[in-house]
Design a protein around this ligand. Structure first.
Ligand SMILES: *[C@@H]1O[C@H](CO)[C@@H](O)[C@H](O)[C@H]1NC(C)=O
Ligand SMILES: *[C@@H]1O[C@H](CO)[C@@H](O)[C@H](O)[C@H]1NC(C)=O
Ligand SMILES: *[C@@H]1O[C@H](CO)[C@@H](O)[C@H](O)[C@H]1NC(C)=O
Ligand SMILES: *[C@@H]1O[C@H](CO)[C@@H](O)[C@H](O)[C@H]1NC(C)=O
Ligand SMILES: *[C@@H]1O[C@H](CO)[C@@H](O)[C@H](O)[C@H]1NC(C)=O
Ligand SMILES: *[C@@H]1O[C@H](CO)[C@@H](O)[C@H](O)[C@H]1NC(C)=O
Ligand SMILES: *[C@@H]1O[C@H](CO)[C@@H](O)[C@H](O)[C@H]1NC(C)=O
Ligand SMILES: *[C@@H]1O[C@H](CO)[C@@H](O)[C@H](O)[C@H]1NC(C)=O
Length: 904
């Protein structure tokens, strides 16, 4: 009879480490050594028990997993179960990935073992009915192995072990549903190990069990804890007969302190096997079983010995894998534990014969006590930032979210939590959570504090929930500073707050919009209808095929070419306008990889004739500097003319300078921005041939990334447009208040035109004033500053928002520099190189900041070869062909065969 118990998700979930430890600690009654966690999966009896063979305390899995259902194996197989753990299991019919979360210590080594005893618990005969029955295992965010139970006896048990280093304060063990049978698990054992053990393990290398045997006259089929303090499973190698010989000693075997990297139980080393003295080699074959895909395995063998015979000659031998020498000749000291392995030597085979061959100088044949073979598991995928994980778990718990949020939130990407977007940092750092979409998720209550602690979070969508209650100041500050985009429309809280995050445009008279928008919209609609009929007479079909507008470009341009349809998609049908300028309108867009971009749709006048556009794009695509906004792509066809840039989340300098006190920049930030902008211009002037004159240097064209690094935008455009469209050039080549008086008089365009405009920008940075303003009459900023200085009060020009927090001597330098840039005669103005060097003097070198995008963001391509290879790696197991095995349930890994024939 099948007794099934259902576990509703999220009911008894203990998420936090202290709680997990508490669960483990209170349930373990002291027989288990510390560092052991033994979980009997599916055990619903809240009482724990001590295993009859090992005396280890087994606990229920309810505190370590959220999903799945508990089952007992069929009653007819109960009698055959070799231990309690085989009798119950947890099965996961729902979800692609289900995970156990085990408490760990970051950086510590662990042995983790899972066992699987099907026992036909679901009555489906899945292991015997001939159809594939297999599922996968992940260790953390990485593929570990495949569990293949196809064509197994229901009483058999498979076990899988992995040696790994905990990346964090918990390790997840996940079962993956491949659509070939329901994943389940019977036992989950976790043993912490010494730091010195298994020295080949590191943060990117783990090892999966392949085969492990001990030799000599051994009676039990499996040797484990307490004989082995690590609780490894050692199978007895029993299938050998004369001329193999059993060796046993009652002398103590000793290990050399500090040189015991494998901690093989010394009691085990009192037994060994050798061969009759007229033979010269021992062959041991290991191979992947029938249920294991042996492709692309990388095997690492480790051999263990202790000399048990006191002889008047030495026992010297070498070890080959097939015909490759793996271990060079060595001899065994009497009674000393000796382990041999080659850290760098993997055997890339699914079947190999190890030959222990005596050397010519050796008087006696080889001997062996035990061996272990592991297959390499590469840890390529990092787990998400540990704080982010904690916060997400808090949020999940706080709002009682019933979601299949399991294992690591970000990795591997195909199993990342639904609603989250992570920044994978090219696999160089732990992924960070940057977007959370919890819209329409039935959230009730306040805004949980964890949200604001997630420092990497950039977008947070909470629309259409039942959130009420105050928004913490710290959250509001991040929203105001442009670091966090918060969406709260459709929550009760928005009946009280009228702010941008509640869907209200700042300071826009809503009534007016309500009237104007529909009217304009209807007019437009009518107009479009008329045009449509006019242009598309006789044509039918609702969907316009934009591809007809695309045409080939004759030039080779390195950056991406977008189609109009793609631009529509990434800008969500040109919904969010983030700026308007002389060249057109700028929209916010999101690329497929979640990178944000600014899409500048250029004025459509005579697009078809704009012959200069593409060559100019080609030039711009080659201009790269940390203080120039990077061009990502472009669109050019009959339908559209657009440039796609990196999105600058902090907006432009004008907005920052004119903003309120809360967003105000301090003195040092201002100087940094000035220097950044100057460096961008210097690059255009000095490093490009011919020089690129910006012609429209002004604060709205100086954009800021999330680290407040300034980048010049709109450079290079004026030239492209100037040649073809003189009517635009009047708009483009300079903005009122920034105009170079000399250029105005002579129309001689030089780089010094930009220097003049930069002088105005510099004054704006210091004073916070616009280039032209009323005081009480219209006045040009440079004149206003001159008047103040003439009155002897230079300090009066400084922006009040600085609250007198600035360096007075540097103030003088900066004002002098600005005035110098503003000389009427261009020849008297400094070059941008000189400007840069003066500004550098005002800034201590140590405060160099990192540009957020100084290393160009590559797409998240990891070494494509390695993950694929390891995904294919299927480490499985099969029934052994041992006859007369006393261990009925057939705990097996890789198969080994020992052949005793040898040569002379
Ligand atoms: C379940 O727990 C009860 C006591 O709580 C105990 O008597 C019984 O043996 C347990 N059953 C199993 C299968 O462990
Ligand atoms: C298990 O532990 C108990 C308590 O320490 C002890 O009395 C018992 O002998 C142990 N049994 C085995 C099989 O080691
Ligand atoms: C499983 O096998 C048993 C015995 O062979 C049979 O009676 C039963 O109908 C099978 N169950 C299914 C679902 O095929
Ligand atoms: C690592 O992650 C990638 C993408 O998320 C996935 O395709 C791959 O299988 C993972 N690699 C391993 C070894 O799990
Ligand atoms: C060695 O011991 C095993 C029992 O563990 C036995 O099966 C085997 O026959 C012995 N071998 C020889 C050569 O005596
Ligand atoms: C699973 O095991 C079956 C039976 O041994 C075998 O035919 C099949 O190829 C295995 N599948 C994989 C993916 O290893
Ligand atoms: C070593 O001992 C064996 C017997 O154990 C003996 O036959 C042989 O002569 C000895 N060899 C030497 C060099 O003493
Ligand atoms: C044992 O291994 C050696 C070297 O690989 C090989 O030449 C020999 O044929 C093997 N013997 C058997 C019986 O497999």
């Amino acid at each position: 009879m099948v007794i099934s118990h259902s576990c509703s998700p999220g009911t008894k979930l203990e998420w936090f480490l202290p709680l997990l430890i508490l669960v483990a600690a209170t349930q373990v009654h002291g027989y288990s050594p510390s560092g052991f966690l033994s979980i009997d999966c599916g055990l619903t009896n809240s009482s724990t028990y001590n295993d009859a063979d090992t005396n280890l305390t087994y606990v229920s899995d309810s505190g370590f997993v959220e999903s799945g259902k508990s089952y007992d194996i069929l009653s007819q197989y109960m009698k055959e179960a070799s231990n309690e753990q085989e009798k119950t299991l947890r099965s996961f019919p729902d979800g692609q990935r289900n995970c156990y979360t085990l408490p760990s210590r970051s950086g510590k080594k662990y042995l983790i073992r899972t066992t699987f005893s099907y026992g036909n618990y679901d009555g489906l005969n899945s292991s015997e009915n001939g159809s594939p029955f297999l599922f996968g295992l992940h260790i953390g965010a990485n593929f570990w192995t495949m569990v293949n139970l196809t064509n197994w006896n229901p009483t058999d048990t498979i076990y899988k072990e992995v040696l790994t280093i905990a990346p964090d304060k918990f390790i997840s063990v996940c079962l993956l549903n491949f659509g070939s049978g329901t994943p389940f698990i019977s036992t989950l054992d976790m043993r912490s190990m010494d730091d010195a053990i298994f020295p080949f393990l590191n943060s990117s290398v783990s090892a999966s069990f392949f085969s492990r045997q001990r030799f000599g006259e051994v009676n039990e089929y499996i040797t484990r804890y307490p004989t082995d303090s690590l609780d490894r499973f050692w199978e007895a190698a029993q299938r050998y007969k004369f001329p193999w010989l059993n060796l046993t000693t009652n002398q103590k075997v000793y290990s050399v302190p500090g040189n015991d990297n494998f901690q093989v139980p010394l009691a085990m080393l009192q037994k060994a096997s050798t061969i009759q003295s007229n033979f010269s080699w021992l062959n041991i074959t290991v191979r992947a079983g029938a249920n294991m895909n042996g492709e692309s395995l990388q095997l690492l063998p480790i051999f263990h010995f202790a000399e048990l015979e006191k002889t008047n000659t030495t026992r010297t031998f070498e070890i080959y894998s097939d015909d490759d020498l793996v271990i060079e000749a060595f001899s065994l000291p009497y009674l000393q534990a000796t382990s041999m392995y080659r850290r760098d030597k993997y055997v890339n085979k699914s079947r190999t014969t190890f030959t222990l061959r005596k050397t010519n100088s050796s008087g006696i044949p080889p001997l062996i006590s035990a061996y272990e073979v592991y297959s390499l598991v590469r840890i390529v995928n990092l787990t998400a930032d540990s704080n982010d994980v904690d916060y997400m778990n808090e949020i999940k718990k706080y709002y009682n979210l019933v979601r299949n949020w399991n294992g690591d939130p970000c990795s591997p990407i195909e199993y990342s939590w639904k609603g989250l977007t992570c920044d994978y940092a090219d696999g160089k750092q732990n992924p960070r959570i940057i977007r959370v979409d919890l819209s329409t998720s039935g959230l009730i209550g306040g805004l949980h504090l964890s949200f604001m602690k997630m420092e990497s979070l950039e977008h947070f969508d909470l629309r259409n929930n039942q959130l009420d209650g105050p928004i913490a100041n710290s959250i509001l500050q991040r929203v105001k500073a442009g670091q966090l985009e918060l969406r709260l429309e459709g929550n009760p809280i928005c009946s009280k707050v009228k702010d941008r995050y509640c869907g209200n445009k700042n300071s826009t008279p809503t009534v007016l919009i309500a009237v104007i928008v529909p009217v304009v919209f209807i007019l437009l609609l009518v107009l479009v209808c008329i045009l449509w009929r006019f242009c598309w007479k006789g044509k039918s079909g609702v969907q316009e095929d934009y591809s007809i507008y695309e045409e080939e470009t004759p030039l080779h341009i390195d950056i991406r070419r977008f189609t109009y349809a793609q631009l529509r998609l990434i800008t969500n049908n040109f919904q969010s306008v983030i700026g308007k300028g002389g060249f057109g309108t700028v929209y916010h867009g999101i690329l497929e990889n979640n990178d944000e971009v600014a899409v500048k749709v250029l004025v459509e006048t005579s697009i078809a004739e704009s012959k200069d556009f593409l060559p100019e794009v080609q030039t711009l695509s080659k201009v790269h500097h940390k203080n120039l906004v990077a061009l990502v792509g472009y669109c050019q066809n009959k339908k559209c003319l657009a440039l796609v840039y990196d999105f600058m989340p902090r907006g432009n300098l004008q907005q920052l300078l004119r903003g309120g006190y809360d967003s105000s920049l301090n003195w040092e930030e201002r100087l940094h921005i000035a220097l950044d902008a100057a460096q961008g211009l210097e690059y255009l002037h000095e490093s490009c041939t011919p020089s690129i004159v910006h012609r429209d240097v002004k604060t709205p064209n100086i954009l800021l990334d999330k680290n407040l690094v300034a980048k010049i935008s709109d450079f290079g455009l004026s030239r492209a447009f100037n040649a073809a469209h003189t009517h635009i050039s009047t708009v483009a080549a300079g903005t009122l208040g920034y105009l170079d008086p000399e250029y105005h008089a002579t129309f001689q365009l030089t780089v010094k035109t930009d220097v003049y405009s930069f002088g105005v920008v510099l004054l704006e940075i210091v004073t916070g004033q616009p280039p032209v303003f009323m005081d009480p009459q219209t006045i040009h900023l440079p004149n206003w500053v001159r008047q103040k200085i003439a009155k002897g009060s230079i300090h009066d020009v400084v922006d009040k928002k600085l609250l007198d927090q600035y360096d007075a001597s540097h103030l003088q330098t900066v004002i002098d520099l600005a005035m110098n840039c503003l000389e009427n005669a261009s020849i008297d103005r400094p070059s941008m190189t000189e400007v840069v060097s003066v500004l550098k003097v005002c800034l201590p070198a140590s405060t160099e900041r990192q540009s957020a995008t100084s290393t160009p963001r590559k797409k998240n391509i990891m070494d494509a070869e390695i993950p694929r290879q390891f995904q294919l790696m299927i480490s499985g197991a099969t029934t052994t062909s041992y006859e007369g095995s006393s261990f009925q349930s057939g705990y097996t890994g890789g198969v080994s065969e020992i052949s005793h024939i040898s040569g002379r």
